[in-house]
Design a protein around this ligand. Structure first.
Ligand code: URP
Ligand code: ZN
Ligand code: ZN
Length: 481
């Protein structure tokens, strides 16, 4: 199958230029002016940007959590992602104490296989370190899972202690993996939550008030110290506040190999959302919580200046009716998470690029390229280059749309950005050369998404050399006119 994307403006993390893109099979085979091929389907991209497909490095699909299971699985979640311009996700494979990592992986593979509509990889959660886990990790990395996740919060659920984190860091360094942390001090939070409940403070806002920024700053700093001691790279997920940004900035200044991810919700929403009446604040309960508005500028500046590198969604959706409602009368029982996979690129383009906070190249870098580099997908994904997967997003910057649960594609009954007007819209999306969204209509299919084996971590995102890029076929039939 051959396709030519004609007349668009190609935007990568490095360049902006007008050119056509020729695709053969799953790969980009040529980029140039006025490409033509009688056998190719032509997709007109005039007036549109052509971005590399978005990469969401932080999703939770089909995940049991908070006494229920996320409303979106690998079918509905990846379909919504595609509508939003995301063509690859890296989902968190949960594991529990006493469970073999291979068994955990098998469960997660089954959730995704034959269902995902876009490509996917996994991060492996580490809940304990013992001889078996240490041994299993080598093969887990060989299977393309080069990132391990440690939760420093959710006491008695996911939380691991510092010994586990440190040993995970040491093993990750040996194996060429990167460790990710959910950095909040779970013990401090547990104390504050119990105290609030004793004082009959049960409303959703207490979710935010019992998880102060100090708890995130402290845990971020602690994780960085441990990573520096181990000499291992560290990736801090869902950074939400100035205290955590400061710790990452200080560490990076010292040359410590630490990365920070934030999420669009922390950039545009604030803590007051949790005070909405009629329990509606529960729609905004996730961890870390939304923060006071003053943190938003710090996060935007963190992204702009390179202290933070990526924007993930932290997709973890629960319906308001029947799921968020589990926490009526006790904020600690509200399932933590939000429906966030679909609007990531929209919000980052609109509030970032269109609002003048970010350049187009920065937008691509933080929604796609950097995640590909940090997590071992580059240059297969995360860029537009000859030999790369033809994961492409055609984006019309001239239109506006209003975000709403009435029109979104996530399997949930609300959207946290309801009523927000955004500039620009995803029009057409290709995943490995196949159109999955065409003129805003879904044309993909269940099971199209493939598991992507990721490379080991490398500081500059360089994939180890594997010889010349292999292109399917030749350039026969492609000519400049
Ligand atoms: O509240 C959240 N963020 N839910 C998903 C799990 C996590 O902490 O990332
Ligand atoms: Zn988390
Ligand atoms: Zn998460």
């Amino acid at each position: 199958m051959k396709t030519i994307i004609r007349g668009g403006t190609i935007v990568t993390a490095a360049d902006i230029y007008n050119a056509d893109i020729a695709i053969e099979g799953e790969k980009i085979v040529a980029i140039g002016q006025h490409l033509t091929d009688p056998d190719a389907e032509i997709i007109d991209a005039s007036g549109q940007y052509v971005f590399p497909g978005g990469i969401d490095p932080h999703t939770h699909l089909d995940m049991p959590f908070g006494g229920t299971v996320t409303a979106d699985d690998f079918v509905t979640g990846t379909k919504a992602a595609a509508f939003g311009g995301t063509t690859s996700i890296i989902d968190f494979c949960l594991s529990s104490k006493g469970q073999s990592l291979h068994d955990a992986l098998e469960i997660w593979r089954k959730k995704a296989e034959g269902k995902a509509l876009i490509d996917y990889g996994f991060h492996m959660m580490i809940s304990e370190i013992n001889e078996q886990v240490l041994a299993e990790l080598a093969d887990i990395v060989e299977q393309g899972i080069s990132s391990f996740k440690v939760f420093m919060a959710y006491k008695n659920v996911f939380q691991a202690d510092d010994e586990t984190l440190f040993k995970t860091l040491v093993r990750a360094k040996e194996l060429g993996a990167i460790v990710q942390v959910h950095a909040e001090n779970g013990d401090m939070i547990d104390y504050l939550v119990n105290k609030a409940l004793e004082e009959e403070k049960t409303e959703p806002i207490y979710h935010a008030l019992t998880r102060p920024t100090a708890a995130e700053g402290e845990a971020t700093g602690r994780a960085i110290e441990l990573a520096a001691l181990a000499g291992a790279p560290l990736y801090v997920v869902h950074v939400s506040c100035a205290e955590a940004v400061d710790k990452i900035a200080e560490a990076r200044k010292k040359g410590i190999d630490v990365y920070g991810e934030t999420c669009q919700q922390y950039l545009v929403l604030d803590q007051t959302a949790l005070q909405k009446p009629d329990f509606e604040g529960a729609k905004y309960v996730w961890s870390p919580p939304l923060r006071e508005k003053r943190n938003q500028d710090v996060l935007w500046n963190g992204l702009k200046s390179g202290i933070l590198q990526t924007v993930g969604s932290d997709m973890c959706s629960f319906n308001f009716n029947g799921q968020k409602e589990l926490g009526r009368g006790n904020f600690a029982k509200i399932p933590n998470g939000g429906p966030l996979i679909e609007d990531r690129l929209s919000i980052m383009y609109s509030e970032g690029v269109a609002a003048g906070r970010l350049s187009l190249n920065q937008f691509v870098d933080m929604t796609s390229t950097k995640a590909a580099k940090i997590f071992g997908l580059f240059p297969q994904k995360g860029t537009i280059a000859i030999g790369s997967d033809a994961d492409l997003v055609l984006f019309d910057p001239s239109v506006t749309r209003t975000i709403s649960a009435q029109t979104h594609h996530m399997n949930v009954d609300y959207n946290p950005f309801e009523g927000m007007e955004v500039q620009g819209e995803v029009i057409t999306v290709l995943s490995r050369g196949t159109c999955i969204i065409r003129n805003k209509t879904f044309v993909g299919k269940e099971g199209h998404g493939k598991y992507v084996k990721r490379h080991k971590y490398s500081m500059y995102g360089n994939t180890p050399a594997t010889g010349p890029v292999h292109l399917p076929g030749t350039y026969t039939g492609l000519q400049m006119i």
